[in-house]
Ligand binder design. Structure first.
Ligand code: SF4
Length: 303
């Protein structure tokens, strides 16, 4: 199969637009959309952009593209990583991030669950508990990332969320009738106390395209997945989104478009501050601080 734009062999076919891409035109296809998002979300316009980077394909691609574009504009980015303490997975991905940042002189800041909670996610996962490991992990990680970004003086945090991730989150929030969270989904065009705005340069790039882009462009990343990921409720929505896209190519884009329209009617931030950590909270204490209390209780019961 030939590329739709030149005589080279195609390495990828986008079912949602029916076009074939050689390696060169595929990379341009990805970069054009990412650059448009960077422009529309005003990611590299002023101030400091932090990139939340785990070492996986999505966040490493976001870091690679943002740091390259930033250096062309004589700007810099800061990379932030949270070590949840997941043996054989996060330790390996931390090494990838460290090496990449060292080679490119990128300021890399990190924090860990072990120092914050005095417990790793591996340890937590072995305790009897009502919630999944992921229910604690995602929320506490967000709080630590927020703190790292604040300490770095960042004006925004870019994440590697791709099109599939975003479509899944939209459906999850709708299925749970969580309109507040739907309204809080990035990219954020507003700034409120306690929340560094989240931006998402890869939000229009399907997961399979991020993987191919990273591979074709020699971006280092870890391929293993978290040993606790089977517990994630997101898995159901991953299957649903994949199935929808198979049956109706372009469904993921339609979900995003609908979410953008709903955003207009959602209440947006409108939240207060956590009396303990200062992050955004809908009550007196934020979700992360509540879960940290639960973790401390679980640890006390186990000792
Ligand atoms: Fe944390 Fe769950 Fe993600 Fe593993 S899969 S890193 S436990 S949120």
């Amino acid at each position: 199969m030939d590329c739709s734009y030149c005589a080279r062999r195609a390495v990828y076919t986008a079912r949602y637009n029916g076009r074939h891409y050689c390696a060169k035109h595929f990379s341009s296809f990805v970069e054009v959309r990412v650059k448009r998002e960077i422009r529309e979300q005003r990611i590299l316009e002023r101030g400091l952009t932090a990139v939340a980077v785990s070492g996986g394909k999505d966040s490493m691609t976001a870091l690679h593209l943002l740091s390259t574009l930033a250096s062309q504009r004589r700007m810099s980015v800061v990379a932030l990583t949270v070590d949840e303490g997941i043996r054989g997975y996060r330790d390996a991905s931390m090494r990838v991030v460290e090496q990449y940042c060292t080679e490119r002189a990128i300021d890399w800041r990190h924090d860990s669950f072990a120092s914050e909670l005095k417990m790793t996610m591996d340890e937590l996962s072995s305790l009897p508990r009502a919630r999944t490991t992921c229910a604690y992990c995602g929320v506490v990680r967000r709080q630590l990332l927020n703190r790292l970004a604040r300490d770095a003086g960042a004006d925004r945090v870019a994440t590697g969320l791709n099109l599939d991730d975003t479509a899944q989150s939209v459906l999850m929030n709708i299925a749970r009738s969580d309109v507040a969270r739907l309204g809080m989904m990035g990219p954020h065009h507003w700034v409120i106390d306690g929340l560094i705005p989240r931006v998402q340069p890869l939000r229009l790039i399907p997961e399979s395209e991020v993987l191919l882009y990273a591979t074709l462009n020699g971006i280092p990343f870890v391929r293993s997945s978290c040993p606790h990921s089977e517990e994630a409720s997101r898995n159901l929505f991953r299957e649903i989104v994949l199935r929808m896209e198979q049956e109706m190519p372009g469904a993921r884009y339609s979900i995003l478009k609908s979410a953008s329209k709903m955003h207009v009617t959602a209440t947006g931030p409108g939240a207060g501050r956590c009396e303990r950590c200062g992050d955004v909270a809908s009550g007196a204490v934020c979700r992360s601080c509540q879960l940290k209390d639960e973790i401390a209780l679980l640890a006390a019961r186990a000792s």
